[in-house]
Ligand binder design. Sequence first.
Ligand code: FE
Ligand code: FE
Ligand code: ZN
Length: 276
Amino acid sequence: MLNIGCHLSSSKGFKHMGKEALTIDANTFQFFSRNPRGSKAKAVDKKDADGLNEIAANNNFAPILAHAPYTLNACSSDEGLREFAKNTMASDLEIMEYIPNNLYNFHPGSHVGQGVDVAIEYISSMLNSILKEEYNTTILLETMSGKGSEVGASFEEIRSIIDRVELDHKLGVCLDTCHIYSAGYNIVEDLEGVLEKFDKIIGLERLKAVHLNDSMMPFNSRKDRHEKIGKGTIGLDAIINFINHPKLSHLPYYLETPNELQGYAAEIKLLRENHN
Ligand code: FE
Ligand code: FE
Ligand code: ZN
């Protein structure tokens, strides 16, 4: 069975998202850990979180994916912004303990002119200061498109971050299909070659989640514009090929396509029908 869901709004709480996922035949979902612009997380309602845990257990949900605010930059040149990213993520990881054994994804960040090496140092030292052995969450680094000075558009950069983290068994990778195609990994013409590279450089066992998006932009454009499934430059055939690949078909997939709930429902239906 295909494990698939989409990005959902968390404004009505944890349990509501679980119920909403069920209405669109999803068996997982993604949500923002907090408002991307704002900074404050709501106090956790334990009953609400338990409500979601119960729905997830009763419906065989794949891991749920919390996404850190994309405005955080753990490798900013501004110390205050680095601190803010660290404190926000540390607090998010505490909140994740209310919905244990799930995933937390973040964008490595943008080096804003300091260079990749400095950035990798900042990102890994942030992870070293916030990760705790007792946490029950796997933290994922997202593969990026490489727009601006984004870090994490190459498998090598992701690997160097992981290499510098002490509790690296807590780390995994979230592969965004739109981003890697923009970053120059040709999943349309050469999925096998891309997976070989991923395996050699990062290790396929680190791959824990997929953001499944088509792209509005051409291959290797280093632009980040998500498109609806089958309507973009990646196309339906390549996407179907991807979700059915024997090394990928077990993974949880999260749609971040430009859709309302009904559009997501239609994409989930289409992908389920085309999953072997
Ligand atoms: Fe993301
Ligand atoms: Fe993404
Ligand atoms: Zn994106």
